[in-house]
Write a protein that binds this ligand. Structure first.
Ligand code: CTP
Ligand code: MG
Length: 336
């Protein structure tokens, strides 16, 4: 009897592969959109170089880490040598220049945690945030992109999770839910801990082939990911099984009281080891996601006692739908 139940369950979940893959495919940005983004970046760099000839612009975030869905805003980092002029002054000057160049909705947010200038390019309709010298973000963008090249299931899972999080409105850090960056780390960690593993741990478990030091933080990891293309092939779990197991993990298996997920180590570490057991200031550590490079940074620190409830209820809802709903691909993404 038991065997039969497993079999039924198995074929049942497998029929969801095609619809999940179709959703994933429909979210991939077109080559045309990518080309438009590159053109905008080039024209912004030209403009910036008029004032600061040696400054350079880098794409980071979802348009560069391969986890971007179509019609996303782009994240740009302005790399500029330390000078006497402060970040705020640079941002204000930059906003002035962009405004004179006919870019729309130009706004300098100099007091934000990561100060930025926002703009919209009327020719392409693309919105863009520009930050200054945020080199760590450029480096963690590369880490995510490198992980994505190892096994196709990471990008598929992360697109589906991000899509779900946006539809269910649990991707809003100002409301106490998680950033897209945090969700991608949750997906990487989840695939690192499947048995057999679908993703390796590129940091502590492998020798470094790429090393940079940013703000006193040494970022080092194995980045020759071409050599790891069949790392996950011993695990044959399908995307539907993985989506189910991902939500099941966050709904029922994660030890919220004690555990920290860590992509850096490819394992769970304890809150005690990180000294994340008490509330300090606004950091409550109710769901703990260690940043792979800024290891004192908990990406779950935005979550408060109210939003943790919302989040966990959404994980449970998703797990329940995956388990019992006849048409999970519709129900899962129903707008909140
Ligand atoms: N980032 C970071 N630390 C955070 C949040 C973000 O370093 N706490 C950096 C990461 O490099 C991330 C980028 O900022 O890739 C953009 O963050 P976010 O908007 O959360 O992610 P995107 O990947 O751009 O997702 P979206 O498609 O939703 O814009
Ligand atoms: Mg972004």
């Amino acid at each position: 009897r038991n065997n039969r139940r497993v079999l039924e369950y198995h074929s049942d979940i497998e029929r969801l592969n095609a619809p999940f893959l179709a959703i994933y495919e429909s979210l991939i940005p077109t080559e045309e959109e990518k080309a438009k983004q590159k053109r905008l970046l080039t024209s912004l760099e030209k403009l910036v170089n008029k004032e600061w000839p040696s400054a350079r612009l880098f794409l980071y975030g979802s348009c560069a880490n391969s986890f971007g869905v179509s019609n996303s805003d782009i994240d740009v980092c302005l790399e500029i040598e330390d000078s006497d002029i402060s970040k705020s002054e640079i941002l204000l000057k930059l906003a002035d220049m962009l405004h004179s160049d006919n870019l729309q909705n130009v706004q300098a947010l100099t007091r934000a945690r990561v100060p930025i200038v926002k703009l919209m390019d009327p020719d392409t309709g693309i919105s863009c945030d520009i930050c200054i010298n945020n080199v760590l973000a450029v480096v963690n963008t590369k880490l995510l992109r490198d992980y994505a090249q190892i096994d196709a299931r990471l990008r598929q899972l992360a697109f589906i999770v991000k899509h779900w999080a946006k539809k269910r409105r649990v991707n809003e850090t100002y409301q106490g839910t998680l950033s897209s960056y945090a969700y991608v780390l949750m997906c990487i960690h989840f695939l690192q801990t499947r048995k057999p593993a679908i993703l390796p741990c590129l940091q502590v478990e492998m020798h470094a082939t790429y090393t940079v030091t940013v703000d006193d933080i040494e970022c080092a990891y194995f980045d020759r990911v071409e050599d790891l293309r069949d790392f996950g092939s011993r695990n044959i779990e399908s995307i539907a099984q993985l989506v189910w197991a991902f939500f099941d993990y966050w709904a029922y298996r994660h030890d919220y009281a004690n555990a920290v997920i860590s992509v850096r180590t490819g394992s769970i570490i304890s809150k005690r080891a990180k000294d994340w057991t008490r509330r300090i200031g606004n950091d409550r550590h109710l769901i703990c996601i260690e940043d792979p490079f800024e290891v004192s940074h908990d990406l779950g620190r935005v979550v408060d006692k109210h939003s943790i409830k919302t989040l966990r209820e959404e994980f449970e809802r998703a797990a329940h739908i995956m388990q019992f709903d006849p048409d999970p691909c519709v129900k899962l993404f129903e707008p909140y």
